[in-house]
Design a protein around this ligand. Structure first.
Ligand SMILES: Nc1nc2c(ncn2[C@@H]2O[C@H](COP(=O)(O)OP(=O)(O)OP(=O)(O)O)[C@@H](O)[C@H]2O)c(=O)[nH]1
Ligand SMILES: [Mg+2]
Length: 259
């Protein structure tokens, strides 16, 4: 089983992309299943095959432990690992070739608490990939882009899965803006220029130092734009996921199930 975790800041498009990817894979007759790990979501743009909400009720948790909505969410996400047996059983029953895992809206609940890493180990297959969603709305300025890059790296630092970065909602960007973003990501000097042209004083110093650190690390994952709404680069994403799962070899239908 090949597993992909979709992780990103609140509203970055995780659930929508899950829906688009499932549709794309099913159209290509690939055996795919979805797992919703967000206990707080009310509506999803796809029908999850496995749903953490079947075993965890935020309303009951809030009432029982007298918690507000945020405390309720934290407790609910922390409970996921306690309920992991049922979820693992369902995953094994479906035993799909590909499992897509839609993670909780508030990224910090999943990515920056021990539960997330534990859940990822429990629900992951033999080959895991993580798709980190960078919202185009948050990374279209040089300063915003550096912020998003730092967040992506801190997610990488938690999971250490092969990671791809995508700029979501790229249909909201002009073609010129999309190209500019790509040049900033690929060329630190152009990113520095852009910072110099838009930010002054201490924020400028910090942004430049962080950008150089990111560049020095040489760890920043491959990044490309996507639009789940307009099916833009969905095939590219799938191709790159295949490369991760197959470690660079062609995707073979007969041997794609690995457990
Ligand atoms: N224009 C555009 N909007 C998008 C795209 N993908 C998602 N959206 C919109 O962005 C909003 C959030 O999308 P979701 O898929 O719910 O994002 P999410 O990361 O799952 O959100 P939470 O789980 O609540 O944090 C919705 O209004 C979507 O319609 C896209 O490719 N283009
Ligand atoms: Mg969601």
């Amino acid at each position: 089983m090949y597993t992909t975790f979709l992780v990103g800041t609140a509203g970055s498009g995780k659930s929508f992309l899950t829906a688009t990817l499932v549709h794309y894979l099913q159209t290509n007759e690939i055996d795919v299943r979805t797992l919703n790990l967000d206990p707080g979501v009310l509506h999803l743009p796809y029908a999850p095959d496995i749903d953490v909400r079947d075993s965890i009720s935020i309303d009951e948790i809030m009432t029982e432990f007298e918690l507000g909505p945020n405390g309720g969410l934290v407790a609910a996400v922390d409970l996921i690992t306690a309920q992991s047996g049922e979820i693992i059983q369902e995953i094994n029953e479906f035993s799909p070739d590909i499992l897509l895992i839609d993670t909780p809206g508030q990224m910090e609940l999943f990515a920056f608490r021990p539960t997330g890493v534990l859940a990822a180990t429990q629900f992951g297959g033999e080959k895991n990939a993580l798709v980190y969603l960078m919202d185009a709305n948050l990374c279209k300025t040089p300063y915003g882009l550096i912020n998003s890059m730092i967040l992506s790296l801190s997610v990488q630092m938690r999971f250490f899965f092969p990671q791809l970065n995508i700029i979501t909602k790229s249909d909201l960007l002009t073609h010129e803006k999309e190209e500019e973003l790509q040049t900033w990501i690929e060329d630190i000097y152009l990113l520095e220029d852009a910072v110099n042209n838009t930010v002054k004083g201490e924020p400028r110093e910090l942004a430049i130092k962080l950008a150089r650190t990111i560049d020095d690390l040489q760890l920043f994952p491959e990044t490309f734009p996507i639009s789940a709404k307009e099916n833009y680069h969905i095939d590219t994403l799938y191709g790159k996921l295949q490369l991760i799962w197959q470690s660079g070899e062609d995707f073979q239908v007969d041997d794609r199930v690995i457990r």
